[in-house]
Design a protein around this ligand. Structure first.
Ligand SMILES: NC(=O)c1ccc[n+]([C@@H]2O[C@H](COP(=O)([O-])OP(=O)(O)OC[C@H]3O[C@@H](n4cnc5c(N)ncnc54)[C@H](O)[C@@H]3O)[C@@H](O)[C@H]2O)c1
Length: 335
């Protein structure tokens, strides 16, 4: 049995506690939250000892692995403390608030031989997993465009990050994961509409090395929740709803041959629409299953600290691009 604990059991952390409790081969040994009533409530719900001081939890319960779901500004400080003690850490996304912190954290985990995973949960969305598999098989042919939409009402509880770092980091990670190609150029437009100190609307453009274009449309100013993504290629377009975990493929009837995945577009016309069967599961259960498996087998998790760091690097460059009205062409391509 691996001993798991959760530090920060607010809106996200309490779900980690629930899932650890249900995972085979894992025992939830404790939860900590600096808010006493929150810690007590979650501890009682999941029959686990609860603490207001996470260091006391660590000393008493000696967890092998921890989910860290405190506000992003605290990720670095608490994660360093845990890693120094040799505890494997799943840190919620984004990895840290700043690049310097992220770099130091990744280096520390490497030095200590500890597994550091980052909670980019959408990689474990079954509709995304299925689409990635089909993209790899060449179902859409050569990819021209990938477009992510993540629109939400304003979340009052997020006070330490703007919409690019907090929300668009999900899609930046997904675009990197699905395209699996270096990024040569990016440009972002941001707007502060509700806040005066951080952006709550973001539109971004990415150029991938192979020529494909990524489009990001992310905000906290929409009175409904939308999580959608299309991938358009020579042979058709995938459309995915990340909330309902649905995936469709719109065939291009004038498509290049099935065997010629790199061929260019000769024409586009409407063809059949295919609803793709998805074996639905809870993304968080798959994410934590992957993390626990990485600890057990001493292998890299699906989203490593390095991956989380690269996503943060891109997100921060988008913020800079929006502030300085600048197209970013980095000396070292984004991986
Ligand atoms: N992967 C996702 O889809 C997803 C979704 C939401 C939030 N998150 C991430 O999870 C993290 C937490 O976000 P949230 O929405 O759950 O916030 P939240 O405010 O609801 O919860 C954070 C909790 O941490 C507690 N806390 C603060 N300082 C602490 C400390 N020193 N020790 C112990 N507990 C402490 C707070 O009391 C609070 O209960 C953020 O990094 C956020 O970006 C990820």
């Amino acid at each position: 049995m691996l001993k798991a604990a959760v530090i920060g059991v607010g809106s996200m952390g309490r779900n980690h506690a629930r899932v650890y409790r249900e995972l085979e081969g894992v025992e939830l040994v404790g939860v900590a939250d600096q808010n006493g009533p929150t810690a007590a409530k979650v501890g009682a719900t999941f029959a686990a000892p609860h603490y207001t001081d996470y260091q006391q939890l660590v000393e008493d319960c000696k967890p092998d692995l921890v989910t860290l779901a405190v506000p992003t500004v605290l990720h670095y400080e608490v994660a360093c403390d845990l890693i120094e003690r040799g505890i494997h850490v799943m840190v919620e996304k984004p990895i840290t608030s700043t690049l310097e912190e992220g770099e130091k954290l990744v280096e520390l985990a490497r030095r200590k031989g500890v597994i550091l995973a980052v909670g980019h949960i959408e990689r474990f969305n079954p509709a995304i997993m299925e689409r990635r598999r089909r993209l790899r098989e060449g179902m859409a042919g050569r990819i021209y465009k990938i477009h992510a939409q993540r629109l939400s009402p304003y979340p009052a509880r997020i006070r330490d990050a703007g919409v690019v770092i907090d929300l668009a980091s999900h899609d930046i990670d997904l675009l990197r994961y699905l395209m699996d190609e270096p990024i040569t150029r990016l440009y972002g437009e941001t707007l502060k509409s509700i806040n005066s100190d951080r952006e709550d609307m973001f539109n971004g453009l990415i150029r991938f090395k192979g020529g494909a274009v990524g489009v990001l449309d992310v905000n906290w100013i929409t009175p409904t929740k939308i999580r959608a993504m299309t991938v358009t290629g020579a042979r058709g377009m995938f459309r995915c709803d990340l909330l309902s975990q649905e995936l469709f493929f719109y065939e291009n009837e004038t498509a290049p041959s099935q065997w010629d995945v790199l061929s260019t577009l000769r024409g586009v016309s409407e063809g059949n629409v295919l609803g793709i069967r998805i074996n639905r599961h809870e993304p968080l259960a798959a994410e934590l299953g992957d993390f626990v498996g990485a600890v057990r087998d001493n292998r890299a998790p699906t989203v490593t600290g390095e991956e989380g760091l690269e996503t943060l690097r891109i997100a921060l460059e988008f913020v800079r691009s929006g502030k300085d009205i600048e197209v970013i062409e980095p000396e070292r391509e984004f991986a």
